[in-house]
Design a protein around this ligand. Structure first.
Ligand SMILES: *Cc1c(COP(=O)(O)O)cnc(C)c1O
Length: 420
């Protein structure tokens, strides 16, 4: 590869990129005084330059209004969860009433499982991918124990075929069918955090339902990254965090989706709190929980306003850019990265890409399995200002994010391999 020509080519792609102006609306971290090549937006998204303004406005309103701010601030705090709904609905392919920003991801996963993992004597199993994110594994394990069951009996974890790195959809569907009489819940990541595989939400959901199970997704690595069409795909519930692709800052407020067919189902058990109680009567402080219809009815506590302000700042950018345009650029960026990595003479010998090659089966993340000197290369990249992500034991994850990464970033990353 001729680096100089390739960089020129990437720059020409950047010049004709309709989303190019969004980069300047983020703070790009510097390394050695130079803008870094930031490729870990799948881990912690960058800070929009407007985030400070949004949070400062809440600080000002609090300073000036104190408790009056609940009703009379510029974005009244009592109704803050409504402000993020429309954008979250667009991003997840949901109706606004089906989504809500609340809590943290793992908390939401537990809340959803309380309602949607209802094991019976016959149907008590959870089917999921092997090697799910640790927090999800702990949630599944502890939910199973909470019902007096044992994970070794109640948890089915699907592994890729021997010699393969990702699951075949047909194998997932076969497994669902095979266990059809004992499944209570099918739950997968939207995009697998380690391999970057984008699971087939539509087929998995349909197969789960056909088997008589409920189906949920953890969209931590999918939301703001790939189209998930939760409503149309008939998913029962989903959860996500907002500090990865949604750029709402470390520990940001998370989100949840509940399909509208469960919106008013008061027979579902749930862990309740006053913010899920019927809005008109919330402050009457009376006995007897009456849930709000829709996802709002799963809220527990009043809204964390500073976190929500940060989410709002970021969602504005998503609204402006549009999900379709983002996905289009994402595919182009990732395809270019993949193509350039394939050209490296040691490809296959020193490293391989384990993320599916089919753009429909991945988002913007590529996971490189390093067969030799992986950590050394990773450290070298870091020193040269390419910020990637090392996952034990031997994977480098890189994610060119369409909102703020450029085609030039992609070439700069690959350049690191040539100078190694
Ligand atoms: C990032 C991530 C988490 C983190 O959970 P928190 O509750 O936000 O700390 C959990 N699960 C998955 C799949 C993730 O990617």
């Amino acid at each position: 590869m001729n680096i100089k020509d390739t960089i020129e080519f990437a720059r020409s792609l950047d010049r004709s990129d309709p989303l190019r102006s969004f980069r300047s609306r983020f703070h790009i971290p510097k390394v050695n005084g130079k803008e870094s090549v930031y490729l870990i937006g799948n881990s912690l998204g960058l800070q929009p330059k407007t985030t400070k303004k949004f949070i400062n406005e809440e600080l000002e309103d609090w300073a000036q209004l104190g408790g009056e701010g609940h009703e009379h601030s510029r974005r009244p705090w009592l109704y803050y969860h409504k402000l993020t709904k429309n954008a979250l609905a667009k991003i997840t392919g949901a109706k606004p009433s089906e989504v809500v920003a609340m809590n943290q991801l793992t908390v939401n996963l537990h809340l959803m499982m309380v309602s949607f993992y209802r094991p019976t004597q016959k149907r008590y199993k959870i089917l999921t991918e092997a090697g799910a994110f640790s927090s999800d594994q702990y949630a599944f394990e502890s939910q199973i124990k909470f019902h007096g069951l044992h994970p070794s009996k109640a948890l089915i974890e699907l592994k890729p075929r021997k010699g393969e790195y990702t699951l075949r959809t047909e194998d997932i569907l076969d497994a669902i069918h095979e266990h059809r009489n004992e499944l209570a819940l099918v739950i997968f990541g939207g995009v697998q955090y380690y391999t970057g595989q984008f699971f087939d939400i539509k087929s998995i959901t349909a197969a789960g339902h056909k088997a008589g199970a409920l189906v949920g997704f953890d969209l931590a690595h999918a939301v703001g990254n790939v189209p998930v069409d939760l409503h149309k795909n008939n998913v029962d519930f989903a959860v996500w965090c907002s500090y990865k692709y949604l750029n709402a800052g470390p520990g940001a407020i998370a989100g949840a989706f509940v399909h509208e067919r469960h919106a008013s189902n008061t027979t579902l058990p749930r862990f309740a709190g006053w913010w899920g109680h019927h809005e008109g009567e919330r402050f009457q402080m009376k006995k007897g929980f009456k849930p709000m219809p829709g996802a709002d009815g799963w809220q527990l506590s009043n809204v964390p306003v500073f976190q929500s302000a940060a989410l709002l700042a970021s969602l504005e950018l998503f609204n402006e850019a549009g999900i379709a345009a983002l996905r289009k650029k994402s595919i182009q960026l990732t395809d270019l990265l993949e193509f350039l990595l394939w050209q490296i003479p040691t490809y296959g010998k020193d490293f391989v890409i384990i993320t599916p090659a089919n753009p429909a089966e991945r988002g913007c993340q590529l996971s490189l399995l390093m067969k030799r000197d992986g950590k050394k290369l990773f450290n070298k990249l870091t020193q040269s200002g390419v910020i990637a992500d090392w996952r034990e034991p031997d994977v480098i994850r890189v994610a060119p994010v369409p909102l703020y990464n450029s085609f030039e970033d992609v070439v700069r990353m690959v350049e690191g391999f040539y100078s190694f």
